[in-house]
Design a binder for this molecule. Structure first.
Ligand code: FEO
Ligand code: CA
Ligand code: CA
Ligand code: CA
Length: 578
């Protein structure tokens, strides 16, 4: 086993087999520990989790939220310690079957309030003890941001914009999927499938073209919040929609700071927001996770340090671009700027705020390349190449070459001269996911086959960690070519050789997400999201048997499955993956 510094040693662990068992597996020589499952009190003495789902909304607001997703570890203390820090994590959505004692029965105001309290972001302080175990500790930084936390707006779309006028104070963030981290130490929570929370019973309501482009409908995704809370009724409070679809900046080091929606980064279904630096400027990449939607980047104007010195946000000043991937392997970044190209008053565009509120339509007008559901983006620290997971979709162009594409792929590009602010690039396909038994174009083997890559994370040595999210309607199904792939998993890849190796497998019904590694390379935090969710193969949880699919991680005969963070380390204290 190598030390993780030489190219030869990049992947030094024994692969784990694919698994459909209700367990979390890691390679020999690694150990795991579960921390902060859904419902854990945020502070010592806080409300305890009730395993029948009967915690109230007020209790949930003082507990870790549901469905852990994107996550970052911010070191605290001297010398950017790898023994103590803030874990900041998203809670993407809620599952009624597991959140409430009566599951999906009648929607009430109390149930909406509990769901809102289970969404958002958690900030917790964790510390490594002398025996190597990690522990959540009492902290002045502990915080929940939920669907009702007061928020601010900044950038070209401000709160006094008529499109943001609504029947309630500006509050909350919803469907925070992946995330970003700024060079100045803040966390970016990204609003993905926000459209699904809204609906109406009003038969006279129909979506505007802009609302339709974002997938707003009378039924939403079946949450039915609008039946009990007019905030989510599009016929009553349609402008509330315009307050979602943004990047939300949160300062984890200041629990009293209001989260701020940074509108210059555009409004769409932001999967994540991956920030890098080039020539002193900030560059933020973000996928719009919908089949046929696009990849964007924001390039800051001038030095981010100069903006910070003048107490201005570097994320409020810059240009938003959308990607075109040409068939010949070249690519261009097309600016979404009012008055440029087709985005003119003559074509019905009012100003830059209008362009940002209708980002998808602006990108349509520019001729961006439709992609197979863009998920996480990660930048190779060794050469600044950019990788994006395309989880699955319908294909139809050179950058999305399989039609249809049920397994997904990973695309990568090199910005001109290695400068992430550049407006041209060259691209290639890094990896086609899938199973060679069903698709002969796939070159993976039993140690590496997988489907639906979603999360991507480069570590400091240049290993690319790949987290998968095969949907539960497909997972483990032979008739959909997924019987050899097993449960969702985490793999590591060598970006130079293309070698891929499976590192862990998750319990039934879950997705693996949020992987982040401490600066010393010796601790990995990773999230198990939605264990026990309804699956085509294993069934669905019910109020009578919430454990029908999974009972991870408690395996309590009277309990229910819970999303949680897993801490992974090597028994010999070495570098993860090496
Ligand atoms: Fe929330 Fe695109 O995964
Ligand atoms: Ca995702
Ligand atoms: Ca996904
Ligand atoms: Ca998810």
């Amino acid at each position: 086993r190598g030390k993780g510094h030489g190219r030869r040693d990049l992947l030094g662990f024994e692969p784990v087999p694919a698994s459909d068992a209700d367990e979390f597996t890691v390679p020999p020589g690694y150990r795991t520990q579960v921390i902060i499952p859904w419902g854990t009190p945020l502070r010592p003495g806080g409300p305890a989790w009730k395993k029948d789902g009967s915690n109230t909304a007020a209790e949930q607001a003082e507990q870790i939220g549901m469905n852990h997703d994107g996550m970052h570890f911010f070191p605290l203390g001297w010398g950017r310690s790898c023994r103590r820090g803030l874990l900041v994590l998203n809670h993407e959505y809620t599952d009624a079957a597991l959140l409430y004692p009566d599951g999906d029965a009648e929607m009430t105001a109390d149930k909406v309030a509990k769901a809102l309290a289970a969404h958002g972001v958690s900030v917790v302080e964790v510390e490594r003890k002398w025996n190597g175990e990690w522990k959540q500790v009492r902290s002045r930084f502990a915080r929940r941001v939920t669907g009702t936390t007061p928020v601010g707006f900044s950038g070209p779309v401000t709160l006094d914009h008529p499109a943001l006028a609504s029947g309630n104070e500006p509050m909350g963030t919803l469907n925070n999927c992946s995330h970003g981290v700024t060079p100045w130490g803040t966390y970016l929570a990204c609003e993905e499938n926000w459209n699904g929370y809204f609906g109406t019973e009003d038969p006279s309501w129909g979506p505007t073209p802009e609302q339709a482009r974002y997938g707003v409908s009378a039924t939403g995704f079946g949450y039915r919040w609008h039946l009990a809370d007019p905030r989510f009724d599009v016929a009553v409070n349609g402008n509330e929609l315009n307050r979602f679809g943004w990047i939300v900046e949160i300062d984890p080091h200041n629990p009293y700071a209001k989260p701020v929606k940074r509108t210059a980064l555009g409004r769409f279904k932001h999967e994540g927001c991956t920030v890098t630096e080039s020539r002193g400027r900030v560059v933020a990449y973000s996928g719009d996770d919908q089949s046929g939607d696009y990849i964007y980047k924001f390039v800051g104007e001038g030095s981010w340090r100069a903006h910070r010195a003048r107490r201005r946000s570097p994320l409020d000043h810059g240009t938003l671009y959308v990607a075109r991937f040409n068939d010949d392997g070249s690519g261009e970044w097309l600016p979404l700027v009012f008055g440029e190209g087709p985005l003119t008053a003559a074509n019905g565009w009012q100003d830059q705020a209008d362009v940002l509120l209708r980002t998808r339509e602006a990108a349509d007008a520019l001729g961006a390349t439709p992609m197979d559901r863009p998920e996480w983006v990660s930048v190779n620290p060794k050469n600044k190449d950019v990788y994006c997971a395309l989880t699955n979709g319908s294909g139809g162009n050179a950058a999305n070459p399989r039609t249809p594409n049920p397994y997904g792929h990973i695309i990568r590009w090199a910005e001109k001269n290695g400068d992430n602010t550049a407006t041209t690039f060259t691209w290639d396909i890094f990896l086609l996911s899938g199973d060679p038994a069903y698709d002969s174009s796939v070159t993976l083997d039993e140690d590496s086959l997988h489907g639906s890559p979603d999360g991507l994370h480069f570590d400091r040595d240049g290993r690319l960690w790949i987290m998968t999210d095969v949907s539960n309607s497909t997972q483990n199904r032979a008739d959909r070519g997924h019987d050899n792939i097993g449960n969702n998993q985490l793999l590591a890849a060598d970006p130079k050789t293309g070698e891929v190796r499976r590192f862990l497998t998750g319990p039934r019904g879950c997705e693996i997400t949020g992987a982040v590694i401490t600066d010393d390379g010796r601790t990995m935090f990773v999230n198990v999201q939605h264990p026990g969710e309804a699956t085509a193969v294993f069934g669905e949880p019910t109020p009578e048997n919430p454990r029908a699919v999974s009972n991870w991680p408690d395996f309590d005969p009277d309990g229910r499955p819970r999303s949680a963070t897993v801490v992974i380390s090597r028994t010999d204290g070495g570098v993860i993956g090496a």
